[in-house]
Write a protein that binds this ligand. Sequence first.
Ligand code: SAM
Ligand code: SF4
Ligand code: FES
Length: 348
Amino acid sequence: MGNYANTKVYGTMLKEDKLFNKSEIINILKDSSKNDWLFKYADKVRADNVGDAVHLRGLVEFSNICKNSCKYCGLRLENHNIERYRILIEEILSIVENAVNMGYKTIVLQSGEDSYFSKDKMIEIIEGIKKFDVALTLSIGERSYEDYKAFKQAGADRYLIRIETTDRELYKQMHPNMNFENRIRCLKDLKELGYEVGTGCLVGLPNQTIESLADDILFFKEIEADMVGIGPFIPHPQTPLKYASSGSFELALKVMALTRILLPDINIPATTAMETLNPNGRIKALQSGANVVMPNVTSTKYRAKYEIYPNKICLNDKPEKCRGCIGAKIESIGRKIATNYGFSHNKG
Ligand code: SAM
Ligand code: SF4
Ligand code: FES
């Protein structure tokens, strides 16, 4: 694997033979004059380490019911302005079958923290999905070690749980009924159980500092994440952060590019939130370090109800349309769609 900070391109900001340290990361995040260089550099690191293929992961948003109160999220318990739904096993399996027929090799099951989906119910769903011969990612929040173990034994391969921010004070402000130590415990348990672990952060939360974003990037490296998803914060009108400003697309892209440079062989999605802020956001992300896209495969009738933030893309589109749309965009930039399962290169 190349040592990508061994370059003179960034002048005196980079020390030779060494990856970026915290103060270098901060300098890069604060200096917008070298953005084009940064994005091209991250793109090269991506090409050299994980290649040109883009992995598609079909996202199933199967419940918008959540017991938590994350201040930024439209699915938070206190939002009584959304119609709640839960998709049960038969329908989940038919959504998955449709996605598999479109060629998806990975399914991502995502939901709020919905206690209805007990350990046993999840095992049934996981076993049902694994019969389709796909890789399976779960993104259902904080659970016990026993639950994570049972899901792994049932066949789940990967787990996504963003740390959201490594600034403990900010974490506390944003998550009134949650606790940073438990989030870390989840990440550790998942690693220990042999999952491919995905984490990530929000960029642009109120009171978030550039210094803490640098810490977030170093945290991804420290825990040896297999996947890192970075998205700009987008204020939702039915949350306490309704008057906050939106995160910056450019800053989110920079955090993502730096993550690619520091963790050259991981999987990095071009996130939907990036496309929400910029009409070509996912393609820009794919050209600045990302190698994964997670198109929505949920039936159209549920999409508007999974409103974590406003103006989400593809709300009225069918899964088939999204598959065709993203496929054409990826090919238009000379990249191809991967035909394998897209397991992490970050092993060993
Ligand atoms: N409940 C699970 C959890 O929190 O890990 C999974 C679903 S949750 C909706 C997935 C991600 O949505 C969170 O990790 C968070 O970063 C993101 N999210 C929530 N509200 C957002 C907002 N207003 N703007 C951007 N991203 C948001
Ligand atoms: Fe629930 Fe996840 Fe939204 Fe927090 S981010 S309120 S845990 S769905
Ligand atoms: Fe859904 Fe483009 S990805 S319409």
